[in-house]
Design a protein around this ligand. Structure first.
Ligand code: FAD
Ligand code: SF4
Ligand code: SF4
Length: 471
């Protein structure tokens, strides 16, 4: 351990940009075992590990780094797995620069953080290869049943922990495949789909019942599901795309980011997607303009490059320093050929182009970032045959969609929960993940899923006890 002075920080090498721009495979390969051990050995085993403090799951990072450095990989896997249902997924897609690695003391000392995420991915990918990932074994049957609405990381995590406790668990999702945004939002070059599907298969094999293609609000009301189960979890994520109020927004060549990414992800499963086959959601041969500066915009830009777009531009109304997306993802996109146009916002979507205003930055707004304002007189038109709107997502109106006016929501539509129990305004109905936090991160959804499972278990035990006393 403590090798951070003698051994330089080294992430697993990225594939050449021109190669990775041709496919949807992840952009970096796995560490070779010796490299993983070397990199783990750079950790200084801090007494107060800030990496762990800033990991939403409070993973035992220094401990599994030490075990990796000592070549004790199976123990490293078991420890890493004890706090997370999907360590290899977090290792791939957490914005580590803002979480664990961004708070590693070695980073502050100028030696470059321990490459925590890449080691985490290495440990659990190795465990899958070696057959160390054990089947999900349900605890003794309790005779109580739980319904989980939404098969994203929050719902899947809660389902797993509750099944281990011996509950009958039913997961309902409106999509035909489980995984939520892991499956249909995040592109394969960040997270290859078999990595998600093997997790889902493990849960199915453990007896969790999946009702795919089942939309609450269409196939059942919330009240129907409450009658069917002893407790319910709402983990439906946020899907209402934020609008851009400019002329031409409903033109055929102006599309929503999630429609675009979902079509592309479906293609990677081999599905037939009508809107892709007819060209509306395919960037091949087109000038593409993506509007937005978050991670969804980056994913659209990089998807368009892989589909063979003629040119790809990303318009963002602030500058590089004030964008919400990860700098690492911008660098990846630039390497692959995307062009960023900073301080530009659409004024109108026209046939074959986007008319844009030039922006300048004023005083900081409520988010602390400097607010963009139009720079009068300056503007430009960019050629575009496909325009992708990627301005983020808000919650859908669940009380209306689900015929459940008594479900308490905030003014942004997110579901309100008791801070301690994570229960909503309805007895026995809990909520977790993006539908509570607003658009967030996979690692927070997993954390919420873990916490809500603990709380639901407590509630269900009390309910069983009360029913026994009453009987
Ligand atoms: P979701 O993953 O959204 O899952 C919710 C599920 O509920 C879905 O499967 C949906 O079909 C289902 N559902 C919704 N309504 C109903 C209904 N009425 N009936 C039945 N089922 C329903 N985070 C990161 O940490 N790293 C990244 O790199 C990253 N990239 C992202 C890229 C994109 C394009 C997007 C959109 C998000 C990204 N995120 C990323 C954010 C991350 O994906 C989310 O924070 C996370 O998936 C939230 O998990 P969840 O379980 O709350 O909801
Ligand atoms: Fe870092 Fe995310 Fe892994 Fe936590 S879960 S250690 S934040 S990569
Ligand atoms: Fe190791 Fe960095 Fe965590 Fe310290 S902060 S324990 S050096 S990974």
């Amino acid at each position: 351990m403590l090798q951070f002075v003698g051994k330089a920080q080294a992430y697993p090498p990225k594939r050449l940009a021109e190669d990775r721009a041709r496919d949807f495979q992840e952009i970096a390969n796995l560490y070779a075992p010796a490299a993983a051990e070397d990199q783990a050995g750079r950790c200084s085993q801090c007494g107060v590990p800030y990496c762990t403090v800033h990991c939403p799951l409070h993973n035992h990072i220094p401990d599994w780094l030490r075990l990796t450095a000592e070549g004790r990989l199976r123990e490293a896997y078991e420890l890493s797995n004890s706090t997370s249902t999907m360590p290899e997924i977090c290792g791939r897609i957490c914005p580590q620069d803002r979480l664990c690695e961004g708070n590693c003391v070695i980073e502050f000392s100028g030696h470059g953080a321990v490459t925590i995420g890449s080691v985490e991915k290495f440990i659990t990918d190795t465990a899958w290869e070696e057959g160390w990932v054990e089947p999900l074994v349900p605890g003794p049957a309790r005779g109580q049943s739980v319904g989980v609405i939404g098969a994203g990381p929050a719902g899947l995590t809660a389902a797993e922990y509750l099944r281990v406790q011996g509950y009958d668990v039913h997961v309902y999702d409106r999509h035909d495949r489980a995984g939520g945004l892991l499956t249909y939002g995040i592109p394969g070059f960040k997270l290859e789909k078999p990595v998600v599907m093997r997790r889902v298969e493990r849960l199915k094999a453990g007896g969790i019942v999946f009702h795919e293609g089942f939309e609450v609000g269409r196939d059942a009301t919330l009240a129907d599901l409450r009658a069917r189960h002893d407790a319910l979890l709402v983990a439906t994520g946020v899907y209402k795309a934020r609008a851009i109020e400019v002329p031409g927004g409903d033109a055929r060549h102006v599309v929503a980011a999630l429609d675009y990414l979902t079509a592309s992800n479906r293609k990677s499963f081999g599905d037939t997607v009508a809107a892709f086959e007819d060209g509306s959601l395919d960037a091949a041969g087109k000038n593409v303009v993506v509007i937005g500066g978050g991670d969804t915009a980056m994913d659209c830009v990089r998807t368009a490059i892989r589909q063979g777009a003629k040119s790809v531009k990303c318009l963002y109304r602030r500058d590089r320093a004030n964008m919400p997306g990860s700098q690492r993802e911008v660098a990846n996109a630039e390497e692959e050929g995307a062009e960023f146009v900073w301080l530009a916002a659409p004024a109108a979507f026209e046939d074959g182009g986007v008319r844009a205003n030039r922006m300048r930055l004023g005083a900081p707004d409520a988010s602390g970032r400097r607010a963009p304002e139009v720079d009068p007189g300056a503007g430009e038109t960019f050629a575009a045959d496909l325009i992708v709107k990627a301005l983020g997502f808000d919650a859908e109106d669940l009380p209306t969609l689900w015929g459940s006016a008594e479900l308490g929501v905030s003014r942004w539509g997110t579901v309100l929960v008791d801070g301690k129990t994570l229960m909503t305004s309805l007895d026995g109905v809990f909520a977790a993940g993006d539908i509570v936090r607003g658009a967030s991160l996979v690692v927070w959804a997993i954390r919420d899923g873990r916490d809500v499972a603990t709380s639901m278990h407590k509630y269900l035990r009390a309910k069983a006890k009360a029913e026994k006393v009453a009987a």
